[in-house]
Design a protein around this ligand. Structure first.
Ligand code: AMP
Length: 403
């Protein structure tokens, strides 16, 4: 079996896969430990039944040990050795270009990248340390959200800041959501019956965090997020791209330091900041239907920004687009947002099929939502980052291929 861990500073999301068929891992259990270091609550779903526990969780190691021991007690595993590999989601891997077995070097890269992702990488590191201590024989693999974007050419990943900022401090675009893009590309290759290395696509990963990527001949060519996940699209609570001088200006106006202003750009901006209703698209959409002006502006801005990047990325592909994909919470589910976005793309000859696009959760993995007159195919595809990490972990442990 393979255990997948997505760990934050006070939470651990986990999923267990049966990998008897290494090409088709079977998802057998998923759970969440929360409020680690505060008090503690954890639960998991197994065989359609939810199991809940109120154990005290002083740290990640105690939480993981409780989870693993419960799996043994319930005879889901016989002992720790049944779990041969553990795959970790790591948000920032700096310039590491693929998922990797966690060697000393890779561990150091994760530590080094912590200053670029101070909210995310420490959570992964404490979970890695805990698993190393509890399961010394398991093989550990890190899947990075940044890795997929390491193929972005220098002209695209450099900022227009002094070159020494890049050379001496690593200031460049890294990009995120790479595990999701990798999964979407793999699925697109199957859907289109086309070699991964030939696929040209524009992918809109629209969740609470949101980004877009342009994939040129199977490689990331550009993406909207940057040095950090704050850049690019307007998101649930993040501003996306803004004039950088706003930070100094608002720091003086509000008499707050740069860190506090950046926190406001991360937590109080985007859909939440503009609509003043919620960071959740469903709430903003309801208010939009109710005629709320703030919600109208928020949705107009949100969808215009996605549409503008779509046009820019289509230009990068010379208009030769095999597929435009909507994925993640909003992209997979919101026919409303997909329609609003494509209504604002005027020059690509795209046409949604109203019936195919209509909201329904009747699709398993993907659905085509464009008409046959549309110049490019448009799809909604359900992303599955845990499965992608599991497949990566299998390939690193058993197949030792690089990608
Ligand atoms: P994620 O971060 O991928 O879980 O996505 C979260 C976002 O997806 C939130 O803004 C939700 O409001 C949005 N979302 C989930 N389901 C729907 C839906 N049926 N219609 C519109 N937005 C949705």
């Amino acid at each position: 079996m393979i255990l997948i861990i997505n760990s934050g500073s006070s939470s651990i999301k986990f999923r267990l896969y049966d990998i008897q068929d290494k090409n088709k891992p079977k998802d057998i259990l998923e759970g969440l430990a929360e409020r680690i270091g505060v008090d503690g609550f954890w639960s998991f779903k197994y065989d359609s039944t939810k199991h809940e526990f109120n154990d005290k969780l002083p740290n990640h190691k105690v939480a993981l040990k409780l989870i693993l021991d419960k799996l043994i007690e319930m005879k889901i595993i016989e002992n720790y050795n049944d779990i041969e590999g553990v795959g970790f989601r790591v948000v920032h891997g700096g310039t590491v270009s693929s998922s990797s077995l966690i060697s000393d070097d890779i561990y150091s890269s994760i530590v080094d990248s912590t200053k670029l992702a101070p909210l995310h990488n420490p959570g992964a590191l404490v979970a890695i340390d805990a698993v190393k201590a509890i399961m010394p024989d398991a093989k550990l693999v890190a899947s990075f959200d940044t890795a997929f974007h390491q193929t972005i050419p220098k002209e695209n990943f450099l900022y227009t800041t002094p070159i020494e900022w890049y050379e001496n401090h690593g200031v460049r675009k890294y990009g995120f959501h790479g595990i999701s893009y990798q999964y979407i590309l793999k699925n697109l290759s199957t859907i289109l019956k086309k070699d991964c290395r030939k696929v040209n696509a524009i992918v809109c990963h629209l969740g609470n965090g949101a980004s877009m990527a342009v994939i040129k001949e199977g490689l990331s060519f550009d993406t909207t997020m940057g040095l950090t996940p704050l850049a690019g699209l307007m998101m649930g609570t993040r501003s996306g791209d803004i004039d950088p001088s706003i930070i100094e200006y608002m720091s003086k106006e509000l008499k707050k330091d740069v860190v506090e202003i950046t926190t406001m750009l991360n937590k109080n901006s985007g859909l939440k900041g503009i609509s003043k209703i919620s960071s959740d698209m469903r709430d903003v959409r309801e208010a939009f239907y109710g005629g709320n002006q703030n919600a109208k502006i928020a949705i107009h801005k949100y969808t215009t920004i996605v549409a503008d990047f779509m046009v820019k990325y289509a230009n990068y592909l010379n208009g030769e687009i095999d597929a435009i994909v909507f994925t993640a919470g909003i992209g997979e589910n919101s026919d409303f947002i997909r329609t609003q976005v494509l209504d604002r793309v005027n020059i690509l000859g795209l046409e949604l099929d109203e019936k195919l696009n209509a909201y329904s959760n009747d699709y398993e993995d993907y659905k085509l939502i464009s008409t046959n007159k549309s110049k490019s195919k448009v799809y909604a595809i359900k992303t599955n980052e845990e499965l992608m990490i599991c497949l990566d972990t299998i390939s690193k442990i058993y197949l030792r291929s690089t990608k």
